[in-house]
Design a protein around this ligand. Sequence first.
Ligand code: NAD
Length: 386
Amino acid sequence: MSTAFFPRQIEIGPTCLEQLGEVASNLGGTHLLIVIDAFLVSSPYSYDEKIKNIAKQHQLEVTFFSDYRGEPTTDHLSAALNKMKGTGADCVVAIGGGSAIDLAKAVSLFALNPNIQWQEIASQTRLKRLPLIAVPTTAGTGSEATKVMVITDSQTQYKMNPGHRDLIPDAAILDPELSCSLPKQFTAYTGMDALTHAIEAYVSTNATAITDSYALLAISKIANALPKVYENGMDLEAREEMLMASCYAGIAFSNASTNLAHAAGRPLGARFNIPHGLSVSLLLPFVMEFSLKAAEERFGDIAENLGIQEVESRSKLAESAVKHVNELNEHFDIWKDGLKYIDLVDLEESIPVLVKDALSGNGITTNRKVPDSRDVKDLYLSLINK
Ligand code: NAD
């Protein structure tokens, strides 16, 4: 037996942002708190004006919050809750990448549960929160379809990532027009993040027939569309395919799990302030190589969905998946960009702390080959020896 949880409504297609008013009204919203990436309210994008017009057509009030930079922290959450106070906002809308969506998830939860402790969230039977709509403008995290929110503790710099099925947004609006302005390198990092989700979900020990279907579909869509959007960010069809793939990968990992690339990528990202997608994709090929023999059949399926055909044996096919992901990392300058963030001497000195944080996070025990501290240390050393 297996169970899976999904958002209740998914809208997809160019201009489907127009559906926001109706979707929010159907959820009982009258006043929307819009957590929106600052880039999208700057000229020439001015999505705030567009959203005000959509809201007006449905007699909805709006309050905007875009006073955050980078990935969300507990300080950003306090600022958003302060902004919301006294407005009467009764529905939260995220418009942005995973950072905006995760911040909006936290706002929708803490608005109704101001005293809940972070470590209690995952173990609650049910969680009450405000209605929540996610409009992703990156195609990577899949947060619009996941039960997870990643918020950094401003005091300790630890990336908390509690998961609960009631954190899955009520509705996701996937409008490819909003992702066309995503710069080339963020297109690559976030796209590789989605690929990491799909691959990790497929080889997770928690994978089910449901998550397998979404994971493999996501892999084949990313293999087709990511090189296209990397070359031409205005390719609307490929942007739509990437949004769908990222959402599918989110459904897959939210119901299975991510594994070692995420467990080790989170502390690496926090230590060197690396964009999330870059930190996990740097580690992905090494993690695949580490787990290869424990899930050879599954890595063979991944290779096929990446579009690899001509290979003499099943084990060579599995190996070719690792080679292909390495080639994608080269093509998207992932290695070169990683070195802009990571000081290798500092990395070597930080390894004991990174290993400890990686082993204490989610995704270790669901890796097909469960790593010990020596394995995780070797994983970080692979980056130094690359
Ligand atoms: P992001 O939201 O941090 O955005 C990355 C950059 O792209 C930012 O500078 C942002 O301003 C810019 N940007 C976003 N959309 C844009 C657009 N359309 N045009 C131009 N610029 C745009 O990046 P992300 O990778 O989507 O999210 C990362 C966060 O999500 C991390 O905190 C990560 O830990 C978290 N995450 C969450 C989940 C989940 O299930 N909740 C899963 C994976 C990652």
